[in-house]
Design a protein around this ligand. Structure first.
Ligand SMILES: C[S@@+](CC[C@H](N)C(=O)[O-])C[C@H]1O[C@@H](n2cnc3c(N)ncnc32)[C@H](O)[C@@H]1O
Length: 227
C-alpha cells in the first residue's frame, strides 16, 4: 500500500489546528511564500486556475483576491481540510473539489496555472504527479510548487536540524496535539529530493524554463516552470 491513505488520515486529523501550527512553526513567514507562489503563477485572465493539495485554502484564496477575473478550483483528497477551507473562505468565488493528485478528474489542457503547496513530499512518486499536472495544464500554462527542502550542510545546519528534530514535533504536541504528524513532517523533509534534483524531475515531466528559489535558511523551496 502507498502513502496515500495514511497521509489522508493524518491531514483529516490535524485539519482544525493546521493553520495555527503553520503560523507558529514558520514564525509567521508562510504567507510570504504563498504570495510569491501567486506572483509566479500569474493572472489566469478569465481562464481556470487549479490549486492542488489546497488544504485549508490559503494559496487559492490569495490567488482569487489578487486576480479576481479567474475561475478557481481548490482541490484536495482530505475532506476535513476542504471543510476548513470552505469555512474560512466562504465569501470567495472558489470551487472546492475532492480529488487525488495521482489521478486528476480534469481533462487535458484545462488550466492556465496549477499551484501546489507541500504536496510532492507526501506522494509516492513526484514524477507521476508532475506528469498528471502537465497533462491538465494548457500549453504555455504555469506550474508553481512550494515545499520544504532538505537543508544544506552549512554552518547553520546543526541549529536547523535541532529545530526540525525537536522543535517542530514539540510544537506539534502542544499546538496540534499530534507529535507524530509533525515528526512525519521532519522525516519527509529530510528524505525529500534536494531542490536541484526536484528541478530535474520537473524537466523530466516535460516542463520548460524550470527554476527555483529557496527561503527560510534554505529549508523552503519554490519551483516553477511552463508547459
Ligand atoms: C501540508 S498541507 C498543505 C496545504 C496548503 N497547500 C498550504 O499551503 O497550506 C498538504 C495537503 O496535501 C494534501 N494531499 C497530500 N497528498 C495528496 C494527494 N495525493 N492528492 C490530493 N491532496 C493531497 C493533504 O490532504 C493536505 O491537505
Amino acid at each position: 500500500m502507498g502513502k496515500g491513505p495514511g497521509v489522508q488520515k493524518m491531514f483529516d486529523d490535524i485539519a482544525p489546528n493546521y493553520d495555527l501550527m503553520n503560523r507558529v512553526m514558520t514564525m509567521g513567514q508562510d504567507q510570504r511564500w504563498r504570495r510569491f507562489v501567486v506572483k509566479k503563477a500569474g493572472d489566469p485572465g478569465s481562464g481556470m486556475a487549479l490549486d492542488l493539495a489546497t488544504g485549508t485554502g490559503d494559496i487559492v484564496a490569495l490567488m482569487e483576491r489578487q486576480y479576481p477575473g479567474g475561475q478557481y478550483v481548490g482541490a484536495d483528497f482530505s475532506l476535513n481540510m476542504l471543510r476548513e477551507a470552505k469555512k474560512r473562505f466562504s465569501g470567495q468565488a472558489i470551487d472546492w473539489q475532492a480529488s487525488d493528485a495521482n489521478n486528476l478528474p480534469y481533462g487535458d489542457n484545462s488550466f492556465e496555472s496549477v499551484t501546489f503547496g507541500y504536496l510532492l513530499r507526501n506522494v509516492d512518486d513526484s514524477l507521476v504527479v508532475l506528469k498528471e499536472i502537465y497533462r491538465v495544464l494548457k500549453p504555455g500554462g504555469r506550474v508553481v510548487c512550494l515545499d520544504t527542502t532538505p537543508p544544506e550542510k552549512n554552518i547553520l545546519y546543526p541549529f536547523i536540524r535541532f529545530y526540525f528534530r525537536f522543535g517542530i514535533p514539540l510544537l506539534g504536541r502542544f499546538i496540534a496535539s499530534d507529535e507524530a504528524a509533525y515528526s512525519y513532517l521532519t522525516g519527509s523533509t529530510m528524505g525529500f529530493h534536494k531542490a536541484e534534483e526536484l528541478a530535474d524531475i520537473f524537466r523530466t515531466a516535460g516542463f520548460r524554463g524550470v527554476d527555483y528559489k529557496k527561503f527560510m535558511m534554505g529549508t523552503i523551496g519554490i519551483h516553477w516552470g511552463k508547459k
